[in-house]
Structure formats: C-alpha cells, structure tokens
Design a protein around this ligand. Structure first.
Ligand SMILES: [Zn+2]
Length: 273
C-alpha cells in the first residue's frame, strides 16, 4: 500500500517551490558598520528561499526586486533548470541583495512605503523569467508605482553600472541614469538605455554623454514586461562585483553602500512617480 502512495515519477511536483520568509528582524547587526544580522545573512545564503521585507502599507512607492541572489562564491543558480536554448543553470548575481538592502534601509529611514523581494538561489527556475514564479507573484501581489530590479554584472563588463527598462515604456532609464550619475558624483562609469525596446544607450560622465550599446538590455525579461501590463514603471540595474562583494562575506561593500544610498536619493527625488 505504502509503495502505491509514493509520488514517484512526478518530478515537477516541487517545481518553483520557494520557501516564503517575511523577514521582520533587523537588517544590520550594527547600523554603523553595515554588517548583516546573522538571521538575515542565513536567509541570503540559503537556497530556494523568497525573502520579503516590507515597510508600511501598499500602495508602495517602490518594489525593489533581486531575482538572482546567491551567496558570495556561488556563481551558478537554477542548476536544475534548462533554459529555452538548452543551457543548464544560469549565472548568479552574487550578493546583489546587498546594495538593494541599502536602498531599502535608507527608504525605511525616510518613512517611504516600500517592499523588497529577494529570490535567494532558486535551484529549478529563473525567477524573473516566469510570470508564475513565486518571485513574480510576490512582486506584483500589492500595488506599487515602480519596480526596480537589482542585478549583478561580471568583472569584465565595460561599465560599472548599466540601467535598462527592457521593453517597459513607462520606465525612463536615461532620466534615472542621469540623476544617479549626478548623485554618485560621476565616480563610476554608467550607461543607460535611451529608449525602451532598444539596446542603444548613453554612457554618462560629468562633461559629456557618449553613444554606446547595452551589453544586457533585458528586452525579454518577463518581470519588466509584466510590470508594464500593470502600468508600473520598471527598471533593471546591473552592478559590477565592487558593489556586491565585500572583504567580509557578512557585510555590504563600501561601493555598494554608496550605490544603495544614491539609488534611494534618486527614488526620493522622483516624488510620486
Ligand atoms: Zn540578474
């Protein structure tokens, strides 16, 4: 009898099964040092965990999404998933949650209603490429005006920061990029998409803007497309390892903290979006 009850031959039964954690604890162990609280660090380094942090009630001013979070040193996620082109797994965005947490933490200090959704190391799907994933469902479960997705780029990427709206015509990547570059005092190289649906971009520096192309314009990203259907402006931001990998695995990097605070300032500038 028991053998018949077994759920053998049904490999998809746990497909996209993420453990949902609504985290209400402290973000930083000590706010001055920006070291993660051990409980939060444990979640950020776990697998198949959706980590949700909320401040205030919807409608949220912004939902910040981190679909490809993984522990530092873990370079591949979705290892049990094969993409439509037949490739197994995908690159992770090691510790991309770090600068997203800095944004969230700063917005909390400013009493801005906002939500942070982190997909920590999904093993069997790509969280922002499937509208039915737990990540996408959570991102769109409550009303918001703006979705900002935080990603990682590799060390070889030509620009430190790349911003795109994908095909989302409500997200103005160039405007956001110009304001972010100003807030960062032009100390990093930054490129931003000129118009939705295109890979054409401007490389923004203090004295000039130069035509360039985006390495990853995110034109096929489901979450950005789904956002537009819900009249939500959305942007995709990629940041190189210097913004994500700290000397100590349990804290945010100095550049990540600068980037997170600057992003928060731009979000605050944009008022009610
Ligand atoms: Zn990513």
């Amino acid at each position: 009898m028991s053998r018949l009850m077994k759920n053998e031959g049904c490999p998809k039964s746990n497909y996209m099964n993420m453990d949902i954690n609504i985290y209400k604890g402290q973000i930083w162990k000590k706010s001055s040092s920006k070291v993660y609280s051990p409980e939060l660090l444990g979640l950020l380094e776990s697998k198949d965990a959706l980590v949700i942090l909320k401040n205030g009630e919807p409608p949220f001013h912004v939902v910040i999404g981190v679909p490809h979070q993984a522990a530092v040193g873990v370079t591949t996620i979705a290892e049990n998933w094969t993409n439509p082109r037949g490739r197994k797994g995908r690159d992770s965005d090691e510790n991309a949650a770090s600068f997203a947490l800095a944004v969230f933490s700063e917005l909390c200090d400013q009493k801005i209603p906002c939500k942070l959704v982190i997909a920590a190391h999904s093993t069997d799907h790509d969280p922002n490429k499937d509208a039915n994933s737990p990540y996408c469902k959570e991102v769109f479960s409550e009303k918001t005006h703006f979705l900002l997705e935080c990603h990682g780029a590799g060390e070889q990427r030509k620009q430190d920061i790349e911003i795109s709206a994908g095909t989302n015509s409500l997200g103005n990547a160039l405007d956001f990029g110009r304001q972010l570059a100003t807030k960062l005092n032009y100390q990093y190289s930054l490129s931003a998409q000129i118009e939705a649906g295109s890979n054409k971009a401007k490389s923004i520096s203090k004295d000039k803007e130069i035509d360039t192309t985006l390495v990853l314009p995110a034109l096929e990203t489901t979450s950005l497309i789904q956002a537009e259907k819900r009249e939500i402006a959305a942007l995709h931001l990629e940041a190189k390892p210097r913004f994500r990998i700290s000397e100590n695995d349990d804290s945010i990097s100095a550049d990540g903290l600068i980037l997170g605070n600057a992003i928060a300032e731009v979000i605050l500038l944009k008022g009610n979006l």
